[in-house]
Design a protein around this ligand. Structure first.
Ligand code: GLY
Length: 378
């Protein structure tokens, strides 16, 4: 359930491994948070410190070359994908000190990176403002076109026999002795396993006791521009106010706001101007760019910023693959593998311990001392 980048990657992987798969999507494939993603692949910025998020991100990043090659090969589509590196810039001494700490932590962990002063940063990326005081370069980072990747995943999955039903609203999941009955607006269908990958909409699918309330929407606005004529940016630029992703055709994405406004998918003047002001501060040439559009997505946030991947304790044969917050595109290849391994009864990866669906309930119980109904996820 769910046809975003996670649902499509999971369906593709399950189809590739020979299972019969149907994707149910309430809106249209890739039309939720995925369509507003800048597709950044930057685990060493997204996860500032060592921990499960960084381990997940770096492992998924290692899978990316092969993942894109396989999906492109199976779909015949082209997908913008470039491991061009990131340049994270500091315009003040506090940020510079943070970048210095990150550089030594990453170096100690064996991650390739380079801390440079302001003038070297500008030599490296000539569009940067002269106000940049220093920068951290991570060459293994990059980006992928999230929407083209998801379209390619859909086509590749279809070539492996996966079918897609969209628009399709799921009303209820009813466990039965034979499996889960998925009740949709166009009737019921029985499934051996249901993978819930509906992002921010997980608790709206009518899974009743199986639906987790721990995912909440976090709005992100993303501006799409066309870079002015002349030399282009060569790397993803990251500052404390925004990030800027340069596609090879001049398309330039400036993201993203982080807003707790519920299920509100409207763009705002404050959001767009804030992003453009932040981008102009570090890349003055952006004032000459052409404005194309603004996209809005609802990231599925969780209390600890980690995804929820694993079997439900309340509903047999219900598997969660959701809550990827800022890292759905980055974590898609690894999530697809973890989920397919679970469905096919492979030995669970130890990384899954940190992603267990019941972990928030356990934490809430420890805090309140309340007792928990056995087997409930909620
Ligand atoms: N991964 C960047 C964002 O969610 O804005």
């Amino acid at each position: 359930m769910g046809g975003g980048v996670i649902g499509c990657a999971v369906a593709y992987e399950l189809g590739r491994r020979g299972l019969e798969v149907r994707v149910l999507e309430r809106r249209g494939v890739g039309l939720g948070a995925t369509q507003a993603s800048a597709g950044m692949l930057a685990p060493f910025i997204e996860a500032e410190h060592a921990g499960p998020l960084r381990r997940l991100g770096s492992r998924s990043l290692e899978l990316y070359d092969q993942f894109v090659a396989d999906v492109v090969g199976a779909s015949g589509d082209s997908v913008p994908y470039d491991r061009c590196g990131t340049i994270e810039v500091a315009t003040d001494s506090v940020t510079l000190a943070r970048l210095e700490r990150s550089a030594s932590e990453l170096t100690m962990a064996g991650v390739g990176c380079r801390l440079v002063g302001g003038s070297e940063a500008v030599d490296d990326e000539p569009h940067l403002s002269r106000h940049v005081a220093g920068a951290l370069l991570v060459p293994s980072h990059g980006f992928v076109g999230a929407a083209p990747l998801t379209a390619a995943l859909r086509r590749a999955a279809a070539r492996h026999g996966v079918s897609f039903q969209s628009p399709c609203t799921v009303r209820r999941l009813a466990p039965t002795p034979q499996g889960i009955e998925v009740q949709t607006d166009s009737g019921g269908q029985l499934s051996d396993v249901v993978v819930l990958a509906a992002g921010s909409w997980n608790d709206k699918v009518g899974a009743e006791d199986g639906a987790t309330p721990w995912v909440k929407p976090v709005r992100g606005q993303l501006v799409r521009l066309q870079w002015p004529a002349g030399p282009r940016l060569t790397k993803v630029v990251w500052s404390s106010g925004c990030y800027v992703v340069p596609w090879p055709d001049g398309t330039t994405l400036v993201g993203a706001t982080v807003e707790d406004v519920g299920f509100d998918e409207r763009a705002t003047v404050a959001g767009v101007t804030g992003l453009l002001d932040a981008a102009r501060e570090v890349l003055p040439a952006i004032t000459r760019a052409q404005f194309e559009t603004v996209r809005v997505g609802l990231r599925p946030g969780t209390p600890d910023d980690l995804p929820i991947v694993g079997w439900s304790h309340a509903v047999p044969k219900l598997l969660y693959a959701t809550g990827h917050y800022r890292n759905g595109v980055l974590l898609a290849p690894l999530t697809a593998r973890l989920v397919a391994d679970l469905v096919l009864d492979a030995t669970p990866d130890p990384l899954l311990d940190a992603l267990a669906p019941g972990r928030f309930e356990a934490a809430a119980t420890a805090l309140t001392g309340a007792s928990v109904t056995a087997g409930s996820d909620t």
